[in-house]
Ligand binder design. Structure first.
Ligand SMILES: Cc1cc2nc3c(=O)[nH]c(=O)nc-3n(C[C@H](O)[C@H](O)[C@H](O)COP(=O)(O)OP(=O)(O)OC[C@H]3O[C@@H](n4cnc5c(N)ncnc54)[C@H](O)[C@@H]3O)c2cc1C
Length: 393
């Protein structure tokens, strides 16, 4: 399209994505992007959501103006762009339409649930009696071949204790650290990363060094991690009201109050990271066993993260969404059901030190923590090649 002075462009758009028509936030951002891209100058603006209806909005520009009005009851929006620069309207309406249609195509992702075999679990709950099929005599019996069971086998074997058995009720090892494999490669089913350990976590550091994940030290005696195992800082993005923003912490279309609360929350978490109890132990660290028993911190286990946030004036929606997201990701429970101690632990416990990684960086493999199934399992041959599989057999 070529521009001639006084060109007016009116776009009438129908969409099935009614949510996009009820809140002006996404449309406003879209218009901002168009305005920025074409270096136009905003003189003033008015945007209003109509309760239970659509929205209307207008930017007055030094150059002209741009406006939008929606009718969600008809799945319809109209955009009038009165422009003095060629091509802007075409770009704007194309961009708008793509945004709306991309929302539609995101629907209907295929998938399935995997996990523990509940049918077998329920057999145990019902206390069914089965005929004895095998009899074993063993000094140490490990029940479950998840990371805990495999680790126990690995260290027993390292300590020269070979008289142990591992029982597993599924037909594979790994528990929550199980992985899958197909023609495209390996992929984790659940646990997929390990935060780099803090300097006090000697057992884990030794284990990682034994298995060449730690490859040496730099001149300051800082650990060097295998670059192939270090996960580069993920380019995480949020899809907010029809737009992508960089990073997981909400920063797009938020008020000053929301921004301030997010900043204050992150500072508070950093303070918790450095906090020690009366016993001089870290308030929050990994492994949990090394944490302080100071009730000033452990009492946080008695209230939910949501209650703690509200008591500390962390009330705004984007912040609570972010914390909820993190806790769902790590614990599988929302802020209402995760204790404040566990919630703060998520943000304050990672204190790794390394020459080539930041304190909260993580290690990962294509099979996720399934990497450890094999590392522990192969070295503890009994665990890997010969666990006693239970009822699923
Ligand atoms: C979705 C998800 C994502 C996670 N992501 C991470 C992550 O990224 N990083 C991380 O460090 N942690 C993560 N975790 C946590 C991590 O998976 C667990 O902390 C860890 O795998 C627990 O290992 P476990 O051996 O204690 O238990 P499990 O992995 O649960 O293993 C228990 C094993 O015991 C078996 N078993 C149970 N009952 C019996 C019985 N009666 N007889 C015989 N066998 C039995 C089970 O079949 C299972 O194989 C995640 C967890 C989940 C669910």
């Amino acid at each position: 399209m070529t521009y001639s002075k006084g060109l007016h462009i009116l776009a009438e758009i129908d969409t099935a994505v009614i949510e996009a028509l009820t809140d002006y936030a996404a449309a406003k951002l879209l218009l901002q992007k168009i305005i920025e891209k074409h270096q136009l100058t905003i003189v003033s603006e008015v945007f209003t959501n109509f309760e239970g209806g659509g929205f209307t909005g207008v930017y007055c520009l030094t150059e002209s103006h741009i406006s939008i009005h929606t009718w969600p009851e008809f799945g319809h929006l109209s955009r009038k762009e009165f422009l003095e620069l060629s091509g802007i309207a075409l770009l704007g309406s194309t961009l708008g339409l793509q945004t709306l249609t991309s929302c539609e195509s995101a629907k209907g992702i295929q998938g399935q649930m995997v996990g523990a075999n509940h049918a077998i679990g329920h057999l145990l709950r019902k206390a069914i009696s089965l005929p004895i099929s095998q009899t074993h005599q063993t000094k140490v019996l490990i029940i479950g071949s998840g990371i805990s069971g495999l680790t126990a086998g690995y260290y027993l074997q390292k300590a020269g204790i070979n008289d142990y058995e591992i029982l597993e009720l599924e037909s594979h090892i790994g528990g929550n650290s199980t992985f899958g494999e197909d023609a495209s490669g390996r992929y984790p089913w659940a646990a997929h990363y390990l935060p780099i350990p803090s300097p006090e976590n000697k057992e884990l550091i030794n284990f990682l060094a034994e298995n060449n994940i730690i490859t040496g030290f730099d001149e300051h005696n800082l650990l060097i991690y295998d670059e192939y195992a270090l996960c580069f800082h993920p380019d995480e993005r949020l899809f907010v009201k029809g737009f992508w923003q960089e990073g997981l912490i909400p920063n797009m279309d938020i008020s000053d109050e929301e921004k301030n609360q997010i900043g204050a929350f992150l500072t508070k978490m950093n303070n918790f990271k450095a906090a020690k109890g009366k016993d001089q132990k870290w308030a929050f660290t990994i492994p949990l066993a090394n944490s302080s028993n100071d009730t000033g911190f452990t009492d946080l286990d008695k209230i939910s993260m949501k209650t703690w946030m509200e008591q500390n004036a962390f009330t705004v929606k984007p912040l609570q969404w972010y914390v909820n997201y993190c806790l769902l990701d790590d614990y599988g429970t929302p802020i209402t059901e995760t204790s404040a101690w566990a919630g703060i632990h998520y943000f304050a416990s990672r204190k790794g030190k390394a020459a080539n990684a930041k304190d909260d960086d993580v290690l990962t493999w294509s099979e996720g923590n399934g990497f450890f199934d094999e590392t522990f399992g192969q070295k503890s041959v009994k665990a890997y090649q010969n666990p006693i599989f239970g009822l699923s057999d």
